[in-house]
Design a protein around this ligand. Structure first.
Ligand code: FES
Length: 934
C-alpha cells in the first residue's frame, strides 16, 4: 500500500500520513522522510496538539495504527517504552518511513480564539429616531471578547430561529456593546425590538466576524456611512480617539430621510475631538429639512482625497459603494486603500435607479446586515474551490423588489446581487423560493456564470467581473481577447488578486460575506506586503494574550520551519522558504477563528506573488527568518507593541527581499548586446511579447530607442512593458488574441492610437503544441497548430499592411522555424513553411510600396521556464516521453553546432532584419539555428 513518492523540489522521499481525529474526521498529509509529522501537519494547515515540540511533554502523543517510522528522540516522561511498544509515538519527533495511519487525541476542530458565542443582557433600548433603535448589551465575560473596529456579530433574535448581523458601534475596549438597528415593518428583529424587547432580556450572539476594520496607518481617512452603516464608522472614530490619532480625515454620513438621521450631536462631538477631522451629513429626500439634500458624493471634494494618499472606509448599500467608487475614479484618484462593506435590503425598487440610490429610496438604507449561511448544493457556485451557492432562478436586473422585513436582505457576491435572503436563517440552511412578485433587484444568472474574465480569489477564478468600473480598473483595451505567442507566456500572475488588479476580496468568502478592499496596483509587491501587515496587526489584536501554549507551540514550530531555507542573506531554497513562510503567516489568521479575515489575507495572493518573484532569487533579508521567531516570542510574552513593530518591520524586510529579486531578474534579462539608437523614433509592434524571444526582442528594441507595442494574450506582457518603461523606454502592452482577425485588428488600432503609425511589425506568435508522430494527431489538433502558428501571422500582416502601404514604408519580420524540416510536429512544420511562403510572397507583392518582409528561422532556443503554457500536454507514458525527446535529439543533431541558441542570439537576428541595417534585404528567411537550414 505504501506509495513512495519523491518531492520534485528536494528529491526527498515522501509518504502519505492519515490523521484520524476523535470526531471521525480523517485528514491526509504528505510528509517527507526528513520531516517530522508535526512539522508537515502544521505546514499543511492541520494543527495537531503540540506543546514542547521536542519529545519532552507527551502532549502530541498519538497511536500509530499502521506504517513504519523513526520515532526520533524523546524522554521517557513523554513516551514510555511500554507505550512505544503499544504503538504510540510522538508526532513532534517521529519521521515516516512508510505511509502511516495515526490516531490524534483531539477533534478536528482546531481550538481557536475569536468567533465564539456570548450571552448578555439588554441594558439599553433607545429609539433614536422613528426608524432607528440603539441596542445596548452587557456581557459578563467582556474581557474574552476582542474585536476590531468595524467588525460585526450575528445576534440571535430572541424567541425566533433568526439571526441578524450588526456591527459594533462602540470602540473595542469600551465595556458596553452598542448596535444600531434600522427598523423595517414586519422584520424579525424590528418586531422584537418594538413589541417584545425589554431591558433585562437575555441576548445571544456569535462573533466577531468580518474583515472590514480600521487599519493602522498614518495617512488620512475618508469615511462614508450610509444609514446604519454609521455603526462601524462610529467604532472606528472612537478607536481613532482612543489612539490619540492625528491622521485627520473626513466623515460623510448619508441617509434617505430625516427620520433616519441619528446621533448627529454625538458624531459632532466625537469628530471635534479628532485633530484635522471634518464631517458633514446629507439626506437624499428632497423634502428634507437638512442643509444638504443629496448624496454622500456631493460632500466629498478633491481636498478630501489627498491626491490618492487616503484610506477610504465605506459602509453602505451597494449602489452607494459603486457611486463613491465612480465619484473617486472620476476625480482621477486611486486611493491607497479602499475598504468597504456592502449591505443591501430588498426594498421596492424605485422606477429608475438614481446614481447613488444608497440613501435615495425612503425605504432604503438598510436594516440589519443578514449574512445567510448557505447550504452546499451540487449545482452551486464555488469560491476558491468551495461550493457555496445553490443555483437559483433569479430575477433580472431592475426587477421590482418587495420589502418584507429587516432580514429581507439580498446577497451580493463580487458586487453582484445574487439572492434574497429568506428567513429563517440558520446555519446550514438556505431556503430560497423567490416568487415572481417577491423578486429582488438582481443580475441575471448568466452574470454569475464563471467565465474567462471572472474575478478571482486567492488566484482562483470565481465570479464574473462586476460591471462597475473599479477605481483600479484600467480602461477597456478593446483588444480581441486571449492569447498567442511565440516563445510563449501565461497568465495568472501568481498571486493575482482579482479581476481588476488591485481589488482584494470584494467578492465573497464561503458564506457569501461581502467585504473588500482595493489598492492601486496591488500586484506591486510593496502594496501586497503593506496590506498583509495591516491585516496581521488586526489579527494580532484579536489573538495576543489569548493563545494557549499549544497554539503558541504551533506558531513557533512554523517560525522555525522557515529557518532551513535561508543562510545569512542567501536563499538556500527560495521555493521552500515561500512555502514555509506562507504557512507561518496563514497560521495567525487561522488562529483568529475569523474565516473572513483569513480569506481577506489569502485573497492578497502573497504566496503566489512570492513564488513568481523569488523563483530564481538568491538574496533574502537576513532578518526575515529571525523576525518570525521574534514575532512568536513577542506573542509568548503577550507584548503587543513589540509584536506590532516586528510585523511592520518584517513587512519592510519582505518588500526589500522582493525588490532585490525583481532587480536581479531584470538584470538577468537585460539584452547582452545593444546597438544604441538603432530604432530611435520608430514604432515597433512585437507579438507574443510576454516572454521568450518576443520579450527579448521587445527589450532590445526598447533599449535601442524604439517605441514598443507588446502584444500578447497574457497580461504578463504588461509586466515586460512596465520593465521597459522603468528603464526609460516607450512601451505599451496590448492584450489581444491574434488567433482571430478581430484581435489583430484591435492590436493595430491600439498601436495607431498610441503612437500614430507602425514602422515595424515582428510576428513572433507561434509554437508547437503537440510533439508526436503525425499519425497520432487528430484533425482538431492539426487545426489548432495551424491557427496558432500560421493564422496569427497572416492576420497580423493583413491588419498592419494598409497603414504601412499608406505611409509608403514598413518592415515586417516573421519568426519562422528550422522545424520546417523536423520531426514529431508536422502541422507546426507546415505552418512555419507557410510563414516562409508569406514572407517571400508579401515581399514580392509589397516591395514597390516600400515595405520589406523578411523572416528568421530559429532552431532550438534556451529560454526560462514558460510562464504561459502553450497547452502542451505533459508527456505521461514512456512512449510520449520518447516522442518528445526525439524532437529534441533531432534538433540538436541537425544543428551543426549541436546546441540550442540563446534568446539574445535570436533577438539579434530579428532586430538586425527589422533595422535599417538590413535595408537591402527582403523576401529572405534567415536560419538562426547553428547551421540547421530547416
Ligand atoms: S512531546 Fe510532542 S509536543 Fe511535546
Amino acid at each position: 500500500m505504501t506509495a513512495i513518492e519523491t518531492e520534485p523540489t528536494t528529491g526527498v522521499t515522501t509518504h502519505q500520513v492519515a490523521l484520524s481525529f476523535e470526531d471521525g474526521v480523517t485528514r491526509f498529509i504528505t510528509v517527507r522522510e526528513d520531516q517530522t509529522v508535526a512539522d508537515a501537519s502544521y505546514r499543511q494547515r492541520i494543527n495537531i496538539p503540540l506543546d514542547c515540540r521536542d519529545g519532552a511533554c507527551g502532549t502530541c502523543k498519538a497511536l500509530c495504527e499502521s506504517g513504519e517510522y523513526d520515532g526520533g528522540t524523546y524522554i521517557e516522561d513523554a513516551l514510555s517504552d511500554a507505550e512505544a511498544a503499544d504503538g504510540y509515538a510522538l508526532p513532534c519527533s517521529m519521521k515516516p518511513r512508510s505511509d502511516l495511519a495515526l490516531q490524534i487525541a483531539t477533534t478536528s476542530e482546531v481550538a481557536k480564539t475569536g468567533a465564539a458565542s456570548y450571552t448578555g443582557t439588554v441594558v439599553g433600548l433607545d429609539r433614536l429616531s422613528p426608524t432607528t433603535v440603539e441596542l445596548a448589551i452587557d456581557i459578563p465575560n467582556r474581557g474574552e471578547l476582542a474585536f476590531l473596529p468595524g467588525q460585526y456579530v450575528n445576534i440571535a433574535v430572541p424567541d425566533t430561529e433568526v439571526t441578524r448581523s450588526y456591527s459594533f458601534a462602540n470602540a473595542p475596549r469600551e465595556e458596553r456593546l452598542v448596535f444600531l438597528v434600522k427598523l423595517t415593518e414586519g422584520g424579525a428583529m424590528s418586531t422584537w425590538l418594538t413589541e417584545r424587547a425589554a431591558v433585562g432580556d437575555e441576548v445571544t450572539f456569535t462573533g466577531p466576524n468580518g474583515s472590514f476594520f480600521l487599519r493602522e496607518a498614518r495617512r488620512p481617512v475618508l469615511m462614508l456611512a450610509g444609514g446604519t452603516g454609521l455603526a462601524p464608522v462610529l467604532s472606528m472614530l472612537r478607536q481613532l480617539e482612543v489612539d490619540g490619532c492625528d491622521r485627520g480625515g473626513r466623515l460623510v454620513y448619508g441617509v434617505s430621510t430625516d427620520d433616519d438621521l441619528v446621533k448627529l450631536a454625538e458624531v459632532g462631538e466625537l469628530v471635534s475631538r479628532l485633530p484635522g477631522f471634518t464631517w458633514d451629513h446629507c439626506v437624499s429626500d428632497p423634502g428634507s429639512t437638512a442643509a444638504n439634500k443629496g448624496y454622500v458624493t456631493s460632500l466629498v471634494g478633491d481636498e478630501h482625497l489627498h491626491d490618492g494618499d487616503v484610506a477610504i472606509y465605506l459602509c453602505g448599500p451597494p449602489p452607494m459603494v459603486e457611486a463613491v467608487r465612480t465619484h473617486v475614479s472620476g476625480a482621477g484618484i486611486e486611493p491607497t486603500g479602499f475598504y468597504y462593506e456592502k449591505f443591501a435590503l430588498a426594498v421596492p425598487a424605485p422606477a429608475e435607479a438614481s446614481p447613488a440610490s444608497a440613501e435615495t429610496s425612503p425605504a432604503s438604507g438598510e436594516a440589519s446586515r443578514v449574512r445567510v449561511e448557505l447550504e452546499t448544493h451540487p449545482e452551486a457556485r464555488a469560491v476558491a474551490g468551495q461550493v457555496m451557492l445553490p443555483a437559483l432562478d433569479l430575477g433580472s436586473s431592475g426587477s421590482a423588489a418587495v420589502a418584507r422585513d429587516d432580514g429581507d436582505v439580498v446577497r451580493r457576491i463580487a458586487g453582484q446581487l445574487v439572492a434574497p435572503a429568506s428567513a429563517p436563517v440558520g446555519r446550514g440552511h438556505f431556503v430560497q423560493t423567490p416568487r415572481a412578485s417577491e423578486r429582488v433587484e438582481t443580475n441575471t444568472v448568466e452574470d454569475l456564470i464563471e467565465f474567462p474574465e471572472a474575478r478571482s480569489i486567492g488566484s482562483q477564478v470565481t465570479f464574473a467581473r462586476d460591471d462597475s468600473v473599479g477605481l483600479d480598473t484600467p480602461p477597456p483595451s478593446g483588444s480581441g481577447g486571449s492569447t498567442s505567442e511565440g516563445a510563449g507566456s501565461t497568465s495568472g500572475g501568481a498571486g493575482s488578486t482579482s479581476g481588476g488588479a488591485g481589488s482584494i476580496g470584494g467578492d465573497t468568502t464561503a458564506d457569501g460575506y461581502t467585504i473588500g478592499e482595493e489598492h492601486p496596483d496591488i500586484s506591486a509587491s510593496d502594496a501586497i506586503f503593506e496590506a498583509r501587515a495591516a491585516l496581521e496587526v488586526g489579527a494580532l489584536d484579536l489573538t495576543i494574550g489569548r493563545l494557549d501554549s499549544q497554539q503558541l507551540a504551533g506558531y513557533r514550530l512554523l517560525a522555525e520551519s522557515t529557518l532551513p531555507y535561508v543562510d545569512g542573506d542567501c536563499f538556500l531554497d527560495a521555493h521552500g522558504y515561500t512555502e514555509s513562510n506562507a504557512a507561518f503567516h496563514d497560521y495567525l489568521f487561522t488562529l483568529t477563528g475569523n474565516g473572513h479575515l483569513l480569506a481577506a489575507y489569502q485573497a492578497l495572493g502573497v504566496k503566489g506573488r512570492m513564488e513568481e518573484v523569488l523563483r530564481n532569487a538568491t538574496w533574502c533579508h537576513p532578518r526575515c527568518t529571525q523576525d518570525h521567531l521574534d514575532i512568536v516570542e513577542a506573542f509568548e510574552r503577550g507584548d503587543r507593541v513589540a509584536a506590532r513593530d516586528l510585523i511592520k518591520a518584517h513587512s519592510e524586510r519582505s518588500k526589500e527581499t522582493m525588490r532585490r529579486a525583481m532587480a536581479e531578474s531584470a538584470a538577468a534579462t537585460r539584452p547582452r548586446l545593444i546597438t544604441p539608437g538603432r530604432f530611435a523614433g520608430q514604432v515597433v509592434v512585437v507579438t507574443g511579447a510576454a516572454q521568450g524571444i518576443g520579450a527579448q526582442v521587445a527589450r532590445r528594441v526598447g533599449a535601442e530607442g524604439g517605441a514598443v507595442v507588446l502584444a500578447d494574450r497574457s497580461p504578463l506582457a504588461g509586466e515586460v512593458a512596465a520593465e521597459l518603461t522603468d528603464q526609460g523606454a516607450k512601451a505599451k502592452a496590448v492584450e489581444c488574441d491574434l488567433e482571430h482577425y478581430e484581435g489583430a485588428s484591435a492590436l493595430v488600432e491600439q498601436a495607431l492610437a498610441a503612437y500614430g503609425r507602425i514602422d515595424v511589425l515582428i510576428n513572433n506568435v507561434g509554437g508547437a503544441i503537440n510533439f508526436k508522430p503525425f499519425t497520432e494527431f487528430t484533425p482538431a489538433q492539426i487545426d489548432a497548430e495551424i491557427t496558432r502558428s500560421l493564422m496569427t501571422t497572416l492576420y497580423a500582416c493583413r491588419a498592419a499592411l494598409p497603414g504601412m502601404v499608406e505611409q509608403r514604408h514598413g518592415v515586417i519580420v516573421n519568426v519562422s522555424s528550422a522545424a520546417t524540416r523536423g520531426i514529431h510536429r508536422i502541422p507546426y512544420s507546415a505552418a512555419k513553411g507557410g510563414i516562409n511562403a508569406i514572407t517571400a510572397s508579401l515581399a514580392l507583392e509589397y516591395a514597390d510600396a516600400g515595405i520589406r518582409v523578411t523572416a528568421t528561422a530559429p532552431g532550438g532556443t534556451e529560454a526560462p521556464p514558460r510562464r504561459i503554457s502553450r497547452g502542451t500536454p505533459q508527456p505521461r507514458t514512456d512512449t510520449e516521453k520518447a516522442w518528445f525527446q526525439a524532437h529534441i535529439d533531432q534538433t540538436l543533431e541537425t544543428s551543426l553546432m549541436h546546441r540550442y541558441g540563446t534568446l539574445d542570439e535570436q533577438a539579434a537576428a530579428i532586430c538586425f532584419l527589422a533595422s535599417e541595417e538590413a535595408s537591402y534585404i527582403t523576401g529572405t528567411v534567415l536560419p538562426v539555428a547553428g547551421g540547421d537550414l530547416g
